[in-house]
Write a protein that binds this ligand. Structure first.
Ligand code: NAG
Ligand code: NAG
Length: 471
């Protein structure tokens, strides 16, 4: 399963100063936003490692929006990303004063040498983050909040940023952690055109030469700009402005991981949103409050399966797996696309998928559909001419007839047959007994799949293949 890096809050030295505190390996990392005369900083504030800070010139009146540990397979490569917005006080009226940023440090950093960066990070780098319509001027530069979903031990995952523009309009952009990692590892440094002496600056190492430290001190920004996956902000069909966001990774019945975003709005609503590579889909929308104040805070309790939602006046709790709202038919349950829920055939109910529970009868064979227009035919071998053969999709009672039969009951693309993705089972009924003959899971190209079962096949290859492994 996924995890959300903890971001607990302790009291900052100034009451109005927004701070983010992240404990990691017995150390505490703190990001203090700029307020009044205080410039703002990223520090290691507690722990057995050397206590380090950012140089003042590295951050321009930062307001922090989030922080997350980015795990790595080797511990010494572990990093922390800090998300913030910089504000240029001296920007002209016709200039955008805000810039969204990702800053990163390595947790093994022990600072520089006596002459340079003695008490400062030697691995700090920052990058510009864009969120807006492609390369147009229509950009959202003020990052209000950032949440990260990563695997436990890998530098992979997704970052969601909540942004606003000068008119207070809000959008959500999604970023790939791999993209960000690649930019920090490979990009040129802004304003620095000479070659590096030896290793690249900003990388983890035991001894730093003074030239490298000088480069880090004066050129902390990388040239590459971080752009969202899918280029544009998520297409959310709502007129409300988003005030808070949390995210969860869900392992669904079909064994795939899905990202669910919970977005609180200025009208006191919560949108439950499914985000996949292909699309953004609003699973459900809640109006939880008596007074329509903005949602100010949300928290997920994964253990108990609850979402807490707070406004200035009230706090409400709702189940993450709210499956009863999807009616009493398999069709409604599946069409909800809620990955927390599945159809229980025996009880004929839309139920929350219990951890480790397996709703599947057998493991379906995986078929990767390349491109959106590929025509897929699924073969089911006919063993008995006394039985009736039918196809079912996603455990639904809805049946699909054989397209043509003979030695095979073939399911193909006909009207009302959604042969795009999902689990398809061929069922044979004889003397009142119903058995599953074969099942396939169609996966769209680009999805994560278990490589061992993956196959990309046309009709003839598929029929040939199926005869090979079924007889
Ligand atoms: C802030 O804006 C002014 C006016 O455009 C510019 O001269 C200055 O370089 C900017 N500061 C930074 C740190 O980008
Ligand atoms: C996919 O099919 C549609 C409609 O049949 C067609 O307009 C489109 O050009 C096709 N796309 C590709 C990539 O073949």
């Amino acid at each position: 399963g996924g995890m959300i890096a903890p971001a607990s809050h302790i009291s900052p030295p100034f009451p109005s100063q927004k701070s983010i505190n992240l404990p990691a390996d017995g150390s505490l990392y703190s990001a203090m936003s700029s307020v009044g005369g205080h410039v703002g900083s990223i520090r290691r504030t507690f722990g057995s490692q050397k206590l380090l800070k950012t140089e003042n010139i590295w951050l321009l009146s930062p307001q922090f929006a989030g922080a997350s540990i980015i795990p790595a397979s080797e511990k010494y490569k572990e990093e922390i990303y800090f998300f913030f917005t910089e504000f240029n006080k001296t920007a002209r009226v016709d200039e955008e004063p805000y810039r969204a940023r990702i800053g990163r440090i390595c947790t093994v950093d022990e600072g520089g040498i006596k002459a340079l960066l003695a008490d400062s990070w030697t691995t700090f780098m920052k990058a510009r983050v864009m969120c807006g319509a492609g390369n147009t001027q229509q950009q959202y530069n003020n990052m209000k909040q950032a949440v990260v979903l990563t695997a436990q031990d890998k530098r992979a995952g997704v970052m969601y940023g909540l942004f606003s523009n000068a008119w207070g309009r809000t959008v959500v952009c999604a970023y790939s952690i791999e993209d960000i990692d690649r930019a920090f590892s490979n990009s040129k440094l802004k304003g620095y055109s000479s070659s590096f002496s030896g290793n690249r600056p900003g990388m983890v190492r035991k001894f730093n030469n003074i030239k490298n430290l000088g480069v880090i001190r004066y050129y902390p920004e990388i040239e590459d700009v971080i752009r969202p996956v899918g280029v544009n902000p998520l297409d959310l069909p709502t007129d409300d402005q988003i005030t808070h966001a949390v995210a969860d990774i869900v392992l669904a019945v079909n064994d795939e991981h899905y990202t669910v975003l919970y977005l609180g709005t200025d009208q006191g609503k919560v949108l439950k949103v499914l985000h996949t590579i292909q699309d953004v889909f609003i699973i459900s929308q809640y109006s939880l409050f008596h007074n329509e104040g903005p949602v100010l805070n949300m928290a997920i309790d994964s253990q108990k399966g609850h979402l807490y939602v707070g406004t200035a006046m009230e706090v409400q709790r709702l189940p993450l797996a709210d499956c009863r709202r999807y009616g009493h038919t398999c069709r409604e349950c599946i069409l909800s696309r809620d990955p927390y829920c599945g159809w229980d055939k025996a009880r004929r109910k839309c139920i929350a998928i219990p951890p480790g529970y397996n709703l599947r009868q057998t493991s379906p064979r995986e078929i990767v559909v390349k491109g959106r227009n590929t025509t897929v035919f699924l073969p089911c071998p006919v063993h008995s001419f006394h039985a009736t053969y039918r196809w079912e999709k996603d455990n639904c009672k809805m049946n699909y007839p054989c397209l043509f039969s003979g030695d095979f009951c073939v399911l193909g693309p006909v009207v009302n047959t959604p042969l795009k993705e999902g689990v398809f089972r061929c069922m044979a009924t004889e003397d009142g007994f119903k058995v599953e003959v074969v099942s396939f899971r169609l996966v769209n190209d680009g999805r994560l799949i278990s490589a061992s079962f993956a196959s990309t096949l046309g009709l003839s290859a598929l029929l040939a293949g199926v005869t090979l492994w079924l007889h």
